[in-house]
Ligand binder design. Structure first.
Ligand code: GAR
Length: 212
């Protein structure tokens, strides 16, 4: 069986995306192994999900961190100590300092609840509702030094329906996230997604024939 890429998953909240990764990782063909979960909040519900799955969970408390650089370095050190070779930001609501991109070059993946570059930031779902646009969506991208920015791996639009509120729209967005994120993370672990010249390349069927 091919070796799985060891990853650390970073969370801030309930961790439904983490759960989707945990569930997918029970499949033998999943391309990654979750070696650790790191939260910036001590009470993040996702830590219980990690514990239930037998995955070590750790907290680097943002509120107790001196600055962004030391917060980032502490996260990277924890992830590396667990053997992680990539970071997956699954509902992680903090911005990492450039030390993270240096420690994990082209190996940090984020899921964001909008069609970036539209609606970056921490209130994207409500922002799309407030803007009155007919659709928003999901973006999965590599992380660079800017906020909610970096080479886009995949995007999928999600329609905004008459009468939608935050809960109904976020639930529809999350259904897409829970499908796309494990797909992308698994493909990345298998080496099927690479960056070249700042843009993302997915392996073609022909490439896959050669990779197998
Ligand atoms: C997800 O919808 C994710 O896209 C969003 O937080 C939610 C976390 O849910 N992330 C961001 O807004 C990042 N800017 P979860 O904890 O249930 O996975």
């Amino acid at each position: 069986m091919p070796t799985k890429l060891p990853i650390a998953v970073l969370i801030s909240g309930g961790g439904t995306n983490l759960q989707a990764l945990i569930d997918a990782s029970t499949n033998e063909t999943f391309g990654c192994k979750i070696v650790g979960v790191i939260s910036d909040r001590p009470n993040a519900g996702g830590l219980d999900r990690a514990a239930s799955a037998g995955i070590p969970g750790e907290v680097i408390d943002w509120n107790e961190s001196i600055d962004r650089a030391s917060f980032t370095t502490a996260i990277c050190d924890k992830a590396k100590n667990r053997g992680a070779q990539a970071l997956v930001l699954a509902g992680f609501m903090r911005v990492l300092a450039p030390q993270a991109m240096e420690g994990f070059p082209n190996a940090i993946i984020n899921v964001h609840p909008s069609m970036l570059p539209s609606f970056p930031g921490g209130t994207s779902v409500q922002d799309a509702l407030d803007a009155g646009v007919p659709a928003t969506g999901v973006t999965i991208h590599f992380v660079d030094e800017l906020v909610d920015h970096g080479p886009i791996i995949v995007q999928e639009p999600v329609p905004i329906i008459n009468g939608d509120d935050f809960e109904s729209l976020h639930a529809r967005i999350q259904r897409v996230e829970h499908r796309l994120l494990p797909e992308v993370v698994s493909a990345f672990g298998k080496g099927h997604i690479t960056i070249s010249g700042g843009s993302v390349k997915w392996a073609t069927a022909a490439d896959l024939g050669a990779i197998r």
